[in-house]
Ligand binder design. Structure first.
Ligand code: ZN
Length: 204
């Protein structure tokens, strides 16, 4: 289903069962897999690759250089930037063109979710099943299952496939989901050991 007000390039490839809503634009060379939902006013730039069963909410902007794997959730008004050195003009004042610029490659891995209004700087990888909180400004790679929030975004924990926050088990690097019981081996959070030592000292 492609809504009549959407603008889908004849040179884009759209998978079966994908729905594209009002005023969305899909540019030439973009590939969108099967069973996706592309919300109102979404922009999918030239050559952007989107997997299957991806949900992209209203007004998200996916600029060139981006690859989105299967099952990803992209919230409303999310922006994927694609220029690490943004300038309209050269130091001499000449207007820059596409030939002056190399898009930074960004990868969003299987099952990851990006909250509303987040901004993802280009050249990064968002890991499998990671969760980027609403409004985050992501300036570093996010590990698999990583939960990041803030501006700039910091790794504050891990989440399960079911999106619930994991709890640290006694054994270092072992985590468990309180909702569905799945268990994980993931790196300890940065700075955790020190925090714990401090609070112990205060308690004593
Ligand atoms: Zn779970």
């Amino acid at each position: 289903m492609i809504h009549p007000t959407a603008e889908v390039s004849p040179e884009a490839r759209i998978g079966r069962g994908t729905r594209i809503w009002h005023e969305a634009q899909v540019r030439e060379g973009a590939i969108v897999g099967a069973d996706c939902n592309i919300g109102k006013g979404v922009y999918i730039g030239p050559g952007v690759v989107v997997g299957e069963r991806v949900k992209i909410q209203n007004r998200a902007s996916l600029y060139p250089g981006l690859t989105v794997e299967d099952g990803v959730f992209i919230g409303p008004h999310v922006v994927f930037t694609n220029d690490r050195y943004p300038r309209s003009i050269s130091p001499e004042g000449r207007i820059l063109t596409d030939a002056d610029w190399e898009p930074g490659a960004t990868l969003v891995r299987h099952g990851a979710s990006i909250g509303a209004g987040a901004i993802i700087i280009c050249g990064l990888t968002i890991g499998r099943w990671a969760l980027v909180a609403a409004g985050a400004l992501v300036t570093h790679d996010v590990p698999d299952h990583g939960l990041v929030m803030g501006t700039p975004a910091r790794l504050v924990g891990y989440v399960c496939e079911c999106a619930r926050k994991l709890e640290a088990e006694r054994r270092r690097g072992h985590w468990r989901c309180p909702a569905c019981g799945r268990s994980f081996e993931l790196a300890p959070l940065p700075g955790r050991t020190r925090q714990r030592a401090r609070s112990t000292a205060r308690g004593a």
